[in-house]
Design a protein. Structure first.
Length: 287
């Protein structure tokens, strides 16, 4: 039976009888929080109003993203009601190794019936039809097609994508990071790596008329030395307010949640590749 993505309070998975079986059962609560926040309301597509988010009582199968193979480790990067949805799947290898893939789709919610449904991008959100809107510019901002070829490696597994955006205050310059783990090391342990796209909007991503940004540089397969050890390290999550990166590791003999300090005022790529700070177990989450 294939593992599939569902929208619920948590995403829970465990694959048996493979190298993935040593990974713990993990709950992606952050993805659910983002899904909830998405349904805060939209007025006229570009203006937001605050409404109380609602969680469904039953799981909603994300048929727009799922395949007949194993699909898991989801990470949405929201653009209004639409998203480039990063996740791990072994569809490309027909059930063998996992790659990071993406699907773009929308979720609609009827507050009266409390029913979720899926939709695809319609013409006004299509970058190919010359009818560019803000969502087009933002979708390009999260565009996966340029980063994923730098991430996926033949014969190895890529798991646990995490997208992070660093944007200048003028809303022009940006860096898009995609963190993940793969097992291409000599001892086959999982190491955290990252790819990044750097670019700039001519005016601003919120300016009209909307112009797609230029991409200055693309870099990939870079090791996150700040997080890595000789054991399995995976599933990073960045708290850029407090300057902390959380991740999962079994370096102490069993899987625990670790944290490591970094400087949010400096370039994240440089911080990730440094070894200046030592990761520590999060005491409140230790078992």
């Amino acid at each position: 039976m294939a593992t599939c993505l569902v929208f619920v309070i948590t995403f829970i998975f465990q694959k048996k009888n493979t190298m993935l079986s040593k990974l713990p059962i993990l709950c992606s609560f952050a993805s659910s929080v983002m899904l909830c926040a998405l349904f805060g309301g939209c007025v006229g597509c570009n203006e937001w109003m605050k409404t109380k988010p609602v969680l469904p009582e039953t799981p909603h199968n994300m048929t727009g993203a799922n395949s007949i193979y194993d699909d898991m480790n989801s990470m949405p990067t929201w653009v209004k009601g639409y998203s480039d949805f990063y996740f791990s799947s072994n569809r490309n290898s027909k059930g063998k190794e996992f790659d990071i893939v993406s699907a773009d789709f929308g979720l609609l919610f009827d507050r009266k019936s409390k029913h979720y449904s899926q939709t695809t991008f319609v013409d006004e959100f299509d970058v190919n039809n010359k009818n560019l809107g803000r969502s087009d510019a933002l979708r390009h901002f999260f565009q996966a097609s340029k980063l994923l070829p730098l991430v996926n490696t033949k014969g190895y597994n890529e798991l646990g994508p995490y997208a992070y955006i660093k944007r200048a205050t003028d809303n022009k310059y940006f860096k898009h990071y995609l963190l993940y783990s793969n097992d291409d090391s000599n001892n086959k342990d999982l190491n955290v790596k990252f790819a990044c796209a750097e670019g700039e909007y001519e005016k601003s991503y919120v300016a009209y008329p909307y112009i797609l940004p230029s991409i200055w540089s693309l870099k990939g397969n870079m090791p996150a030395n700040l997080l890595n050890s000789d054991s399995d390290d995976a599933y990073p999550s960045i708290d850029d307010v407090n300057g902390i990166i959380y991740f999962c590791s079994d370096r102490g003999g069993k899987f625990q949640i670790y944290q490591v300090k970094y400087d949010p005022s400096k370039d994240l790529a440089d911080e990730l590749q440094s070894t200046k700070n030592k990761p520590e177990i999060v005491p409140s989450l230790a078992s």
